[in-house]
Design a protein around this ligand. Sequence first.
Ligand SMILES: [Zn+2]
Length: 303
Amino acid sequence: MKKILAIDAGGTKLTCAVINENGEIISDVEKYSTPKNIDDLIKLFKEIINKYEDNIDMTAFATAGAVNIDNTKVDSSTPNMPKGYNQLDFTSLSKKRVFVENDANCAAWAEYKIGAAKGEKNTITITLGTGVGGGFIVDGKLLRGKSGRAGEVGSIKINSKGRVCTCGRKDCFESYASGTGLKMTAEEVAQSDEVFTKSIFNSKNPKDITTYDIIEGVNKNDEYSKKVFNIWKEDLIKGLVSITNIFDTESIIISGGMGKFINTDEIETIVNNETVVSPVKIKLAKAGNYSGMIGAALLACQK
Ligand SMILES: [Zn+2]
């Protein structure tokens, strides 16, 4: 059975482990802080690969950023990765085969192969964290598009409010449906709606209200927090309705830190009332914290 060294390279954390063809982790999981400079990052990649290289068949990276169609390079890096990351040819890191894929795509593949969407050939995994990421499985294949960048669901437009996204564009789905989006909605409502004057957070500067405040407020039945959370949920639903209508999937799997705050049954009912395709199931992710590494390893095996 093939053994794959899988490395998940995120903006703050880097994890690695050896994974077999069944998606099982067969070594300890090592964790590092992601170096802030490209030379240190390359050095760390090489150290990790050197340590395992003799006992593995290939290395698979799950990474932040958009990956090229050949799965060898990051075409467009994210601001949280070191400068020069998009110059790195990953195949130069090892004598053996190296495969690279976007981390959201890897997570979607893991959900499809071993997680909440196991056996469902049409499924989408959406990550709701500080941003919104997505991976699309269409007819049992990972949707990559002409350049490898397909599935950038965080960048679809859902509103026309003119809210500026962290990417610099306006009204991206992720500027509403992410944790950052919830915080921005909290600030907007605090500044424009008198419901804030009666809120348990009314002594706070609207800029300082956090996503955790809003969740706490919802649990304490605070009207302002409930209003903010409902707007956030409606924005999330707008995006889910659009992608369901286009892709007609069996399921949408929700992963990421914001997932635990939503009631998937409630959202599923609302989405299915708004779509014209057959009903979609909305479920929480099940492939776990290491789904990026597992998905990368399984994709590398099959390519
Ligand atoms: Zn954006």
